[in-house]
Write a protein that binds this ligand. Sequence first.
Ligand code: ADE
Length: 232
Amino acid sequence: MVLQILTLFPEMLSGFADHSMLKRAQERAGVEIRLVGLRSFGVGTHRTTDDYPFGGGPGMILRADVVVPAVEWAMMHHKVPATVLWTSPQGRRLDQDWCRELARLEHIIIVAGHYEGIDERAREIVGGTEVSIGDYVLTGGELPAMVLVDAITRLQPEVLGAENGAAEDSFGEAGGWLEGPQYTRPEAYRSRAVPAVLLSGHHQKIREWREAQGLERTKRRRPDLLGGQIDG
Ligand code: ADE
């Protein structure tokens, strides 16, 4: 899978892309993470990438004649046609089901929006889908791009070991609900003991206990996942 991120600030992402899980993904799981700096597609001697919004208003807008050539250039990097994602608080909200769909794709280009936005014509020309990582507003698309790359990459089968598979996580394949509590050593800490069942070695009982805990936690914290309502 080829994941390309187009950003004005590739240096913000380079450390992240080279780190533990993503490093493993690139070494073992055939994932290529490629950072493309938008600055090199800037226009004029100053390599301008943004300009004032027509009609007035705050902030700066990324120019279509910078972003479109950059996306088209990235598209040519891989023979498989790309799915283009635009980070935006106005986009479709990301969830685990969508991450699973994206994880099956062979080529994804993520355009990290910045400033007040991107000239509308860029997305009209290139196509693709706007993605929001939640109902809050960040200063730029770099963090959302990292969230996307992380959530997609960890679903590649070779990235998490079989025994630590994504299937058992909250929102895992097993069901759309939360995980229960986890414990490690010491067995007792500040008078709090680890639930005895986890020390029993009885795998069937442990599985049942974990399922019950997960369900209980979901009912309490996220009843919406079980078709109920969130109160408060
Ligand atoms: N850019 C700014 N805020 C964002 C959000 N919540 N999701 C995606 N992109 C964004």
